[in-house]
Design a protein around this ligand. Sequence first.
Ligand code: ZN
Length: 305
Amino acid sequence: MEKEIQPGNITDNLLNTFNYSFVETAPYGFVVPKKDKYVAVNLVDKVYQCLHCQKEIQVKYHHTGVTYFSRERFNKQKTIYEDLQMDFPTEADIEAGQEFTCRVRGFCEQCAKTALLDNDEPEQEVYNLCLELHKKDEELLSQARTTMKGAIETWLQTITESSQVMDFDLSGYDALRDLLCAVILEDTSNLTMLLTDYDEAKKRILSAAEALFEELPSTWQAYTMRPTAIYESMSDELYHEYTVAFPEKTTVPQDFFVFRLIEKARVRIFLQQPRIGSVEELLMEVGFDASWVDLLVDHVTALKK
Ligand SMILES: [Zn+2]
């Protein structure tokens, strides 16, 4: 009988608009790839190379046949290979299905901290502020979840004898959940404190980003974080089933920073998204975690022994 209070959708929208601005920005389109615009490649993996420490990260792709690169993207690959002084396969090699490695250079998570995140050029700084805000959005939820669980654990510590639970309705999941929700709502001062800190950070970041926006054109380039375990379209304009490459499920996700085009209009959508502004909204967004019921059940069961 799994039943949970549905969380709201503020968080989902924030994540979607962050990805729409900085991660996978090509819109979906149904296109049958034509030879003049696309190259069919036997793509097997991608190698990320850090410009600072030279470390290489290899991500193997889930292999299901050829992947279509837009000609533009494929030509960029040629330039990268040349920069790396590596042999680029000939057209005949590609047509014969020779295995191809997609290559990208940027900054690994460690080096990005010094090379990019401490950078005050407006192009990079606006992105850095957005990334900071994105992390604050995510932290607020995880910290609230920890705080709510903490309130339940603190309350359970006050229950040391089975006689104390005699008056509670412990008849089923809904009753147990309602009881725990009441415990959480009893004292929301810690949640208010989290929200106050978040609100201050949010205001600081938004006003700093707005001020920098004035100096920037409608599009610009900067290094942005791209998790290595997510799918990627090998066309910048569109993604569809032919252009998408999926990393193997076993890929250990790492953040790698790549140089890419950023659109002001998209970033503005991310910045102007509604964000959590009250304890009620925060509770809705976190939702109720079914594992909290286990904490209560285990505690009460132990008392009866
Ligand atoms: Zn590095």
